[in-house]
Design a protein around this ligand. Structure first.
Ligand SMILES: [Zn+2]
Length: 313
């Protein structure tokens, strides 16, 4: 079997979002990138540098008013966009490069430059709403990529699989009435942000295009894999996407200080293998994976490495 061509997007711009001792801090991607560099597989990765997302890309998902309000914050000011989401002098540049990374990753996959890609970005994105920052997230990186694929790059349909321990309320909301974009999430329940019950399934022509799998605290790998096999993979195959996005949060790891689940590092390889198999069946193997949460540095770095190795197979 040929190894898939896998790209990695990372940029020092992500370090400019200075959050101090906040759990979502620059060490997450800095430590993980250093860890990846020490892995033998690193030499096989295609390294790509992001650019900043354009206004047109950001406003595929976010309101003009929200975008302008961030631009209007004086560059020397530190503010809180919401109680969990600090914003300082380098934050806009970091957030624009995180969204731009997913935009470039999506272009690269659609154009066939590589089969799969991991975007080692921050700030994360899946809680960000059209007009609001929320839960450590400023721009909804995955949602911008998915919307770009369908509205600018000619994809017919895409699927998003969100494995972060939290429900991706912002992503669900962005595509709740969009029949072309399937959103599937496995998440701890009940838990922040409170959305993501099984009864939220989409509306209008998109009924059935939101698939929520709420899982109780303490859920183990076996139950995650069963849910993926029985619910997520059939939904993805039935949707016939041209490419699959992964909102790759690693905060369902047993060591994570925020999540309450029991996944191990290898669990992320097992989960990723299943998503790769689904992608091979329906999406010519094409995957854009994007970092969301994951707050224990050693668990995060090892889990990202296991995830990327599985993407390469
Ligand atoms: Zn999370």
């Amino acid at each position: 079997m040929n190894m898939a061509k896998v790209a990695l997007l990372y940029d020092e711009a992500f370090l400019k979002h200075e959050t101090g001792s906040h759990p979502e801090n620059r060490s997450r991607v800095e430590y993980t990138h250093d860890y990846l560099k020490a892995q033998p597989m690193f030499d096989s990765l295609i390294e790509i540098s992001p650019r900043a997302a354009s206004r047109d890309e950001v406003t595929l998902i976010h309101t003009e008013g929200y975008y302008d309000s961030l631009l209007a914050i004086p560059r020397d000011r530190r503010v809180a966009l919401d109680p969990d989401t600090p914003f300082g002098p380098g934050s806009l540049d970091a957030a624009l490069h995180a969204a731009g990374a997913v935009a470039i990753a999506t272009e690269g996959v659609v154009r066939g430059e590589f089969d799969r890609v991991f975007c080692l970005v921050r700030p994360p994105g899946h809680h960000a709403r059209a007009g609001l920052a929320m839960g450590f997230c400023i721009f909804n990186n995955v949602a911008i990529g998915a919307a770009k694929a369908v509205r600018q790059l000619g994809a017919q349909r895409v699927a998003i699989i969100d494995i972060d321990v939290h429900h991706g309320n912002g992503t669900q909301e962005a595509f709740y009435e969009d029949p072309d974009i399937l959103y599937c999430s496995l998440h701890q329940w009940p838990f922040y942000p409170g959305t993501g019950s099984q009864s939220e399934t989409g509306s209008g022509k998109a009924v059935g295009k939101t698939v929520n799998v709420p899982l109780p605290m303490g859920t183990t790998e076996d139950d995650y894999l069963a849910s993926i096999d029985e619910v997520i993979v059939p939904a993805v195959i039935g949707h016939e996407p041209d490419l699959i996005f992964i909102s790759a949060g690693f905060d369902a790891h047993a060591q994570d200080p925020i999540g309450g689940m029991q996944l191990g590092t290898d669990s992320f390889a097992s989960i990723t293998h299943r998503i790769v198999e689904a992608a091979m069946q329906t999406a010519r193997g094409r995957i854009v994976s994007v970092l969301e949460g994951g707050y224990d540095l050693t668990a995060l770095a090892a889990s990202v490495a296991a995830h990327i190795k599985a993407l390469m197979e």
